[in-house]
Ligand binder design. Sequence first.
Ligand code: AMP
Ligand code: MG
Length: 399
Amino acid sequence: MLKFEIALKKVLDKTKILNPEEVPLDKSVDCVLAENIKASIDLPPFNKSAMDGYALRSIDLKSIPQQLKCLGTVKPGKVFKREIKKGECAKIMTGSAMPEGSDSVIMIEFTEKDRKPGGVRVLKGTQKSENVCFKGEDVKKGTDVLKKGMLLRGPEVAIAAALGRKKLKVYRKPRVAILNTGDEIVQPGKNLAGNKIYNSNGPMLLSLLSSIDIEVDYLGIVKDKKEDLRKMIKKGLRDDIFLLSGGVSMGEFDLVPKVLKECTVKQVFHKISMKPGKPVFFGTKKSGLIFGIPGNPVSTYLIFLVLIKTVIEKMMGRIPHLDIRRGILKEDFKQKPDKRKHFIPAKVFRKGEQLYVFPIKGYHGSADIASLSLANAFMIVEGTVSFLKKNSRVQILLW
Ligand code: AMP
Ligand code: MG
């Protein structure tokens, strides 16, 4: 059976970066920039005050205290028409343009009102340029500020906005279709009569995708009937990624791989040597990637973390990366051995540089969402290992 690492490589080999598209600035965060951006203007675009205070000529403060005549107030975003000459100043707010003739700002805290109307007493000396932000000191017009391939976070979005950009060219986010399969699956809120169970995978996948701002075509639940499946599969195949949960193992009603192939999906693999998640199916149709995920929710969650999320990252131009770290196992650990790679829900605590790993007690397999919800990581142990002593170093995948 296919090793996990090889399966992941096969999936990533079939994953192509999507074409760039223009998106509004507020939709660009966490996307990868698909253009180089040169500064079209200086930042700041004019010399401005860094403080609330008085703009003046530093040369006028040779002796302290010093009386100056205030010509008025320089408001932010307004042009102050008068020039500051010998013995004069203007009240100024943070972010306002330095008036002509002034070269320094004295903070309001170091001044007081003078007895003379319109007069200011300055109590402290200053130097030229003090409390002044100079035109272009943050970014010079013409410099390369944002480079193609950069991940856009808040600060990069702020720079683009400061340069006046409304839209940015980024690698497109994939559109994902979700289809849940199974005669026994019922949407939450409906009646459970007749040995049915509620659909956990649909809402889980939807919310995981929504948390990374991926648009979803949710196709609902389909019965384990070839005709019904075929109809819904045709719809799901229009998207960049198609996720089907359930119906991929060896049961009589596990029809998903068969119907996918009838719909000309090319199988890349069916089954990975991992636990849980073994029966996972992966195929392609044109540029679309199709995942048939085993129906038990722990399997679905794991496959989302290790394969789907990784694929989405690559399609968006990010460097796909499984953040597998090392931690210290804090309890003896036993498992039934086999040849697969085991992913065990675990609680990981950080203390200084160390990560301490506690496998969830009583975890009893891929349907056990209660244990999954107590965890914040999967501990990864080769199935050939039947026992690990407390304080062994183990691999973990943190969520
Ligand atoms: P399957 O992969 O269809 O063989 O299903 C494996 C197990 O997962 C069965 O116990 C199913 O009832 C359960 N299952 C399948 N789909 C879902 C779902 N959407 N939500 C919760 N459990 C599911
Ligand atoms: Mg099923």
